[in-house]
Design a protein around this ligand. Structure first.
Ligand code: F6P
Length: 537
């Protein structure tokens, strides 16, 4: 990461002597059972016991925060959802992590099945998720889900309060914990509380549809610092507060709210990716992998590759993308037989009917496309739902000619940034001479680098990358299809120019830079608070 030293000093300065406590729904490490035995501690019929395995953070924010926690010997509070999690924790649900150097404490909060159903699948993902993404008609309000969400927030808040010092810095992540900051503040007024909201914040007209909108806002206003990905989400949040509470003082200019005697700073921090790690991983697989990949999936050498990588979520615009590809093959017939779309998908939140329907719809759309256009020699769409090691995934990013990011609403969309980070190939002189005509680079799939990012204007990433990507409206099937065609035939010089600017943006504003900005803001606010206290303000 580029800003390593900056982030180190920003973190240390912001945390001071009090320690860092991170609160998130997902845990950084989970324990499961390996092969053999039955895991009940009594051994199987051969007398051998199952081994316990550790799942590690694969990437993203969790992987980025892990070294920060290690460096600062902090505490991470999260839902213990691993099958073998209980086996390795003490009576308080704590275990030292990571296993090899035990640098910080992971406090696991146990949630039974009914609680998960109501707090996670219920309120978090059937109310807050669709609401914040602007899909009010997809929300399902149930009083028991709300009550359980409240209760889980209380439980997490108690775990935090038990471990906090007056000068601790407590960092909540995401929409699962809207109420916890207020609960913590009521029990422990001194620690510095900050929160990062990882998804979109909607406009007041949408947000006010939620019966609990005031409680949610009041909960978040327990924080000292509240972060969103973009200025637009900050403005939406401030607007919601101004509309919901007549007695709140809202400073839109400075991004501040004073509510019930407490001030919350509201600021934009666009999340970045660990660009250096992605670049390194993307070069770890070579020609053998791509040849094997092409053979396995029936992709002939020289075939152009369009790629989509998504959690199977209705916000990601996967069906809209498949519709655009269908339109492309209808209206730009010359791409038939020459372009394969690879869809990497990961199953998600499958207990929710809306997500099951999406899974069916995606499969049906792919079958339709393949049946309609596929031939003996050519498969239009390849669907991958298996786990891919990060080297293979980022290798595919690197080889792709076009990356299709078509979310219908997305707080940020890190896939767009990961694609840019993986576009490491600098074309050589020979490539320049042969320009875009040269197909089938030695990797076996794809063509001359760099690839082109096709990006939805409904994502947070659009604010930073929109100008140099090819932007689309995911609902405009015709325009989207034309944009894919334009990306595929874009001259090499233009591709290079666009990608150079995108890479500058993504590598400069990487995950470390983001962390340095968040902790830098916390540090400044803490210093102001201390000065005010000293002055008796
Ligand atoms: O985008 C919000 C988010 O919470 C991400 O931080 C996370 O990667 C994703 O949703 C996955 O959701 P879940 O934890 O429900 O599987």
């Amino acid at each position: 990461m580029t800003a390593g030293n900056d982030v180190g000093s920003a973190v240390e300065s912001a945390i001071g002597d009090g320690g860092l406590i991170v609160v998130s729904n997902r845990q950084p490490y989970s324990h499961g059972y390996g092969e053999g035995g039955d895991g009940d501690g009594t051994g199987d019929e051969n007398g051998s016991e199952r081994t316990i395995t550790v799942d590690r953070p694969a990437g993203g924010l969790t992987a980025g925060l892990d070294p920060v926690l290690q460096r600062t010997a902090g505490t991470w509070v999260a839902w213990g959802d691993g099958e073998a999690d209980h086996e390795v924790t003490n009576e308080d649900g704590e275990v030292r992590m990571p296993p090899e150097n035990e640098a910080y404490t992971l406090k696991r909060v146990w949630l039974d099945e009914e609680t998960v159903e109501e707090y996670y699948y219920g309120y978090s993902n059937r109310v807050l998720w669709p609401l914040c993404h602007g899909g009010v008609w997809k929300t399902e309000f149930a009083e028991r889900h709300w009550q359980r969400y409240r209760q889980v927030n209380e439980t997490f808040a108690e775990s935090v309060v038990e471990r906090a010092d007056p000068d601790s810095l407590i960092w909540f992540q995401d929409y699962h914990f809207s109420l916890a900051p207020r609960f913590v503040r009521e029990a422990a007024p001194d620690p510095f509380l900050m929160h990062f909201w990882h998804i979109t914040w909607p406009a007041w007209d949408t947000f006010r549809a939620c019966p609990q909108h005031r409680a949610l806002l009041a909960g978040l206003l327990g924080n000292d610092l509240l972060g969103f990905h973009t200025e637009r989400y900050c403005a939406n949040f401030l607007d919601c507060v101004a509309n919901a509470f007549e007695d709140a003082f809202v400073d839109r200019e400075d991004g501040r709210v004073n509510y019930e005697g407490h001030t919350t700073a509201v600021q934009a921090f666009p999340l970045g990716v660990d660009a250096a790690a992605i670049a390194e991983a993307s070069t770890a697989v070579g020609p053998d992998f791509f040849e094997g990949f092409g053979r396995e999936h029936g992709i002939a050498p020289g075939t152009r590759i369009a790629l989509g990588v998504d959690r199977l979520d209705y916000t990601k615009g996967i069906v809209e993308r498949l519709n655009a590809l269908e339109r492309l093959f209808e209206t730009h017939e010359d791409w038939r037989g020459r372009l394969t779309y690879v869809q990497k998908a990961s199953e998600s939140r499958s207990l929710i009917p809306e997500y099951q329907n999406l899974q069916t719809e995606v499969r049906e759309s792919i079958e339709r496309l393949d049946e309609r256009f596929g031939t003996e020699e050519w498969t239009p769409v390849v669907y991958l739902d298996q786990f891919l090691p990060s080297e293979e995934l980022y290798g595919l990013y690197r080889a792709a000619d076009v990356m299709l990011v078509s979310a219908v609403r997305d707080g940020m969309n890190l896939v767009a940034k990961e694609f840019v980070a993986a576009q490491v190939d600098e074309p050589g002189e020979r490539d320049r001479e042969q320009g875009a005509e040269r197909e089938g680079i030695e990797r076996g799939v794809g063509r001359e680098p760099p690839g082109v990012l096709v990006l939805s204007d409904q994502t947070g990433a659009y604010e930073e990358l929109g100008e140099h990507a090819l932007t689309i409206n995911p609902y405009d099937t015709e325009g989207f299809a034309d944009a894919i065609a334009a990306a595929l035939s874009m001259p090499a010089d233009e591709r290079r120019e666009r990608m150079a600017t995108l890479r500058e943006q993504v590598t400069t504003n990487d995950l470390d830079a983001w962390m340095a900005r968040v902790f830098g803001a916390a540090d400044e606010l803490r210093a102001t608070r201390e000065r005010n206290t000293a002055d008796g303000a």
